[in-house]
Design a protein around this ligand. Structure first.
Ligand code: NDP
Ligand code: MG
Length: 382
């Protein structure tokens, strides 16, 4: 029985994880759940999964929840509450890190210090602090298993392989909802068009990232840290059907791929059970119904975010942190109708051009850069 602490339980990854816990009651047990505000969904989850404790980051929502559930479960809130529960190392075996954005960093670091298995969905953690995270995992002996479908695919392809035989990683990208739009057509796309992803049902931030293809850019940085390869060995290929989740080409030209119908339950389950697999019939792939699989070059002129993401790898230091914070702010502004779609990469570039990169990457410099970038961009809207 594996005890799971699930951060971000009301999100798309969180709900998929709970479906798996429901499917395997004798294999997984939920000990803690966390949300930002959505106490209606959390209340249902508490009744079904009986966690020992929950975090509601929003303090007034936490008070509301306490009134509803009484003393049936400990409710923690406020600054530092996510770290407080991840410090309870005796209570859990696996941290499922599925909060969206920079907020996922601090509790993930704490779980590494607790020497836990980290099933990592929160890619932003590796984007902003990849070097720190990888070094901490080595220092504390924590296991970092990717949940992101592309990285899970590569991780699965590499199992049993000698890494010195890798020629390159091939990250597949669906291309998002605007794959076939021209640059000028992108000027007036709406929020609801941008949220309409063809293959995946995900939270709104990552769905917009998929539409700008910043998501793939963040994933290149994520792969760079996870698999310790130069960026020249991390290639992107557009594959609109999202059946091949990614591939590894070896030095003899042989290519391994991991395939399935697009459903996050598979990479989540693998991260929970690795190196074992569990019999599961929830995601069956019928090739007779897929028809065809196609592949294209990504368009770096149309999806500027991709280029920005490759560039910050060279820049190093806190440059990826600036890129991430600026992107989070830009996506938020787009979702609230304050900017147009094409302005998202413009804001990111503006921040990268105007905020000084700190070469020496430390936890303090990462926090400083994140804050500076948010202040810099928010000022433009005040
Ligand atoms: P969602 O937006 O669906 O869910 C986010 C979760 O985090 C919710 O439980 C939300 O609570 C909580 N949350 C949001 N902001 C904060 C905050 N500031 N502090 C504490 N909790 C917060 O996101 P997804 O599930 O789509 O994505 C989660 C992560 O996984 C992201 O990093 C994403 O990039 C990554 N990922 C997601 C995939 C997917 O298929 N969805 C695929 C690959 C990676 P509340 O409901 O109360 O707002
Ligand atoms: Mg992905």
């Amino acid at each position: 029985m594996k005890k799971i602490l699930l951060l971000g339980s009301t999100g798309s990854i969180g709900l998929n994880t709970l479906e798996l816990v429901r499917a395997f009651p004798d294999k997984f047990r939920i000990v803690g759940l966390t949300v930002n505000k959505n106490i209606e969904e959390l209340e249902k989850q508490i009744r079904e999964f009986s966690p020992k404790f929950v975090v509601v980051t929003d303090q007034s929502k936490a008070v509301e929840l306490k009134k509803k559930i009484g003393s049936s479960c400990e409710v923690i809130s406020g600054e530092g509450s996510l770290t407080e529960i991840t410090k309870r190392g005796d209570e859990y075996d696996i941290l499922l890190s599925a909060i969206v954005g920079f907020a996922g960093l601090e509790p993930t670091i704490e779980a590494i210090k607790q020497q836990k298995r980290i099933a990592l969905a929160n890619k932003e953690t590796l984007v902003v602090a990849g070097e720190i995270i990888i070094n901490l995992c080595k220092e504390y002996g924590a296991e970092l298993i990717p949940v992101d479908s592309e990285h899970s695919a590569i991780f699965q392809c590499l199992t049993g392989e000698d890494k010195s035989y890798i020629n390159k990683l091939i990250l597949t990208a669906s291309g998002g909802p605007f794959l076939n739009k021209t640059l000028s057509e992108l000027e007036n796309v709406t929020v609801s068009e941008s949220l309409n992803h063809p293959n995946w049902k995900m939270g709104s931030k990552i769905t917009i990232d998929s539409a700008t293809m910043m998501n793939k850019g963040l994933e290149v940085i994520e792969a760079y840290w996870l698999f310790n390869l130069p960026k020249e060995k991390i290639e992107i290929v557009v594959h609109p059907q999202s059946i091949i989740h990614s591939m590894v080409e070896f030095i003899d030209g042989s290519i391994k791929a991991q395939l399935s119908r697009p459903d996050m339950k598979l990479p989540i389950l693998y991260a929970l059970t690795y190196p074992q697999r569990l019999g599961f019939e929830g995601v069956i792939t019928d090739f007779k119904k897929i028809g065809q699989m196609t592949f294209f070059e990504p368009n770096f002129d149309k999806f500027v975010s991709l280029k920005l993401a490759y560039d910050v790898i060279d820049e190093g230091g806190t440059a990826p942190c600036i890129l991430n914070a600026a992107n989070e702010i830009a996506v938020e502004k787009f979702l609230s109708g304050k900017i147009k779609f094409f302005q998202i990469p413009e804001l990111v570039k503006d921040a990268l051009d105007n905020i000084k990169t700190i070469r020496q990457i430390t936890i303090e410099s990462v926090y400083e850069c994140d804050l500076l970038t948010r202040e810099y961009l928010n000022k433009k809207f005040s």
